[in-house]
Design a protein around this ligand. Structure first.
Ligand code: AMP
Length: 401
């Protein structure tokens, strides 16, 4: 068996992984350890079309990794553990330190720790996973790929908030952006599709979390998430942009603590909080089609928030714009939302139009990408499947070539 590349995406209580073959980047297996450090933890593995599940006590990320590797051997996913030559970690926040993927050493670990203040729910999980793998597989070559790195090219005219400059600089308050791994993957894929070295487009990464990115000359020029992933468009459970003074109102008038209100914005707003039905787009589209007024309002609000950013970003990308791209769970799979969004665009002298038949092609028939705009559309519209894990694996190999 050949060498393998392991990609790890660790959260505070979960560890998601994908195992790639190093020579052709085909997927060998993937899985997750869930409820790490919490009652009811378990491991799940997808291998050769079947799912392996094991309920097992996992006190921390190290235990999760050790038990996962044991299962690999039991099910002959690898012959020997040292087939894992490279490990690429997804790290949410790299602050201003990292503008690309990087080999992991003690200095990198220290700086990832420093950035935990910006992503307290995410960076500590990645660090725990990195430290666990350094113990378990000390000979594997390790790298980190950051969600923020692609956005380090955003000029200050787009990344700085209109708040007191001295205060903002002292505390590192600016737009860092998220989903950079996906936005970068789509940028590279669009270059390939259009056969160009440099592309200008708006990427709509719309999944449970969602962000738009204005890409100019293949670089991030602006993005809708901000200092945290709470900013921008409305999402599955996150509110997106709101008037910042509502925080004070919520604490004083509604009697909530700041933490409780922030939690409401993160966990019980967006599609879920507005509709009171579900955060899952499939449920809402179904209810919309059954003429449920609540679902109709929620999805129109959702699409309007997207269009407000989209129009803004079409303007930011400017006249050289090559395409609009829909990606992630909703962008790739919901022809309904794509249509609702494009229908609401009404830019003077600019016709953007979908080809109904192409837009309605079943998601299972879309392999890597599909052009869904009509011949009359002045900007081509694509669906492109994102693959963050693949980019992390490819970067790991490139760094150690
Ligand atoms: P992600 O976070 O990228 O995995 O995306 C998750 C979102 O994609 C959820 O809101 C799902 O409801 C949505 N999604 C997945 N498949 C479909 C589908 N066939 N139609 C509509 N939404 C979908």
């Amino acid at each position: 068996m050949g060498g393998k590349v392991l990609v790890i995406n660790a959260g505070s209580s979960s560890m998601k992984w994908s195992l790639f073959s190093k020579n052709d980047f085909s997927i060998v297996a993937s899985g997750i350890a869930e409820r790490v450090g919490i009652e009811g933890s378990f491991l799940k593995i997808n291998f050769e079309g079947s799912e392996i599940k094991k309920e097992i006590k996992l006190n921390d990320h190290k235990a999760a990794a050790i038990e996962t590797l044991k299962l690999w051997q039991k099910h002959k996913i690898v012959k020997k553990i040292n087939e894992v030559e490279l490990i690429g970690f997804r790290v949410v926040h790299g602050g201003e330190y990292f503008n690309d993927s990087i080999k992991i050493d003690s200095k990198v670990i220290e700086l990832i720790g420093e950035c935990s203040k910006f992503a307290p729910l995410h960076n500590p999980g990645a660090l725990q996973a990195i430290n666990a793998m350094l113990d378990i597989l000390p000979n594997a070559k390790m790298s980190a790929t950051f969600d923020t790195a692609f956005h380090t090219t955003i000029p200050s005219i787009n990344s700085q908030y209109g708040i007191n400059r001295e205060f903002a600089q002292k505390w590192g308050i600016k737009k860092y952006g998220m989903h950079g791994i996906s936005h970068k993957f789509i940028t590279l894929k669009l270059q390939e599709i259009l056969n160009k070295n440099s592309v200008n487009f708006v990427n709509l990464h719309i999944g449970n979390g969602a962000s738009l990115c204005a890409v100019k000359d293949s670089k991030s020029f602006d993005t809708s998430m901000g200092f945290t992933p709470l900013a921008g468009i409305m999402m599955g459970t996150r509110s997106g942009d709101i008037d910042p003074a509502i925080h004070e109102y919520a604490t004083e008038v509604a009697g909530m603590s700041l933490k409780e209100f922030t939690n409401l914005l993160n966990k019980n707003s967006g599609l879920l909080g507005v509709s009171g039905i579900s955060s899952d787009m499939r449920d809402l589209v179904k209810r919309y089609k059954e003429n449920d007024e609540n679902a109709i309002f929620t999805l129109n609000l959702y699409a309007q928030k997207i269009v407000d950013y989209l129009a803004n970003y079409i303007n930011k990308v400017g006249k050289k714009i090559d395409a609009l791209v829909f990606t992630a769970g909703i962008g790739e799979n919901s022809s309904f939302i794509r249509e609702l969004v494009i229908e609401k665009l009404d830019l003077p002298n600019l016709n953007i139009e979908l080809d109904q038949n192409k837009n309605n092609i079943s998601p299972s028939e879309i392999k890597d990408y599909l052009l869904i705009s009509s011949n009359n559309s002045q900007i081509p519209v694509y669906v492109i499947r994102t693959n963050e894990e693949l980019l992390i694996a490819q970067d790991a190999v490139k760094l150690y070539e």
